[in-house]
Design a protein around this ligand. Structure first.
Ligand code: SF4
Ligand code: F3S
Length: 259
């Protein structure tokens, strides 16, 4: 839509009328709800009223960016405008959340390409995020993960560990609890991503990331050791459970194919 002002409004409403029930609605930004949504207006109308109107005949909604998906920074405490994400306001339409501050552009392109190719939305996780891009954590795909597993951590941004490219967990990296595709797709045509530039992930694609404590406090508090050991114990527990399940299954069905 290249127009602006009333011409843009006309283009929007013409497009809705010509594609009722068939269009994808892309929403960027959170929606203020306090005082009837008066804190964000376009052409004298609240974004709250506009959303309800343009969502009514959409086939599905793409909530692009952490603000549209989860409310983002405007929703952070004390949230003076009552800002929320799309999913808090629209309950009767399929929604795809593509969080990130900003979101990875290839993820948006990928979701659109999937919809155009297959005529349906991609598989989503329990936060309505495309599984293909948000199924793993940053930590799962991080090139510094080998250092994490070896217990090699930078303790300041200019110590020897930082110079060696060791894990940034103790400097507050939120990669272990953050789902996004930055570590695989990266930014600027695959040039880099925050951790490759020497700073921990701040969890910008997670709900309420701005209120989740300091960006520079480790997820484990002072040391990574307890956190890492807990993760290893959990992994061993899961693996042990899987072995037990397989053993029970093989006892119950001893002639089944083992391949
Ligand atoms: Fe990478 Fe951060 Fe995980 Fe370390 S804690 S391996 S820097 S994602
Ligand atoms: Fe955001 Fe973390 Fe990626 S801060 S840009 S989700 S590496």
């Amino acid at each position: 839509m290249a127009a602006a002002g009333s011409a843009a409004e006309k283009t929007l409403h013409d497009a809705i009328a010509a594609n009722k029930g068939e269009y994808l609605l892309a929403i960027d930004g959170s929606i203020p709800t306090k005082d009837s949504g008066v804190y964000s207006l376009t052409g004298g109308r609240s974004n709250l009223a506009m959303l309800k109107q343009v969502a009514a005949d959409a086939k599905a909604i793409l909530a692009i960016g952490t603000c549209a998906a989860f409310g983002g920074i405007p929703k952070a405490f004390p949230n003076p405008t009552g800002a929320v994400g799309v999913e808090d306001l629209v309950a009767d339409k399929p929604i795809v959340n593509i969080p990130g501050c900003p979101p990875v552009p290839e993820v948006l392109s990928g979701v659109l390409a999937y919809f155009i190719s297959f005529g349906k939305l991609p598989d989503l996780d329990d936060r309505k995020r495309p599984l293909a891009y948000f199924g793993a954590t940053i930590h799962d795909q991080c090139y510094r993960r080998a250092f994490y597993d070896q217990g090699k951590f930078a303790h300041s941004f200019d110590d020897e560990g930082a110079r060696q490219g060791w894990c940034l967990f103790e400097l507050g990296c939120k990669g272990p609890t953050t789902h996004n595709a930055c570590a695989s797709l990266k930014w600027n045509n695959g040039t880099s991503f925050p951790i490759q530039s020497g700073h921990g992930c701040i969890g910008c694609s997670q709900p309420d990331f701005w209120d989740a404590g300091s960006f520079y406090t480790s997820l484990a508090g002072a040391s990574a050791t307890g956190w890492r050991n807990a993760g290893i114990a959990a992994a061993v527990g899961v693996a042990g459970g899987a072995v037990a399940a397989l053993t029970a299954r093989s006892k119950a069905h001893p002639t089944e194919d083992k391949s």
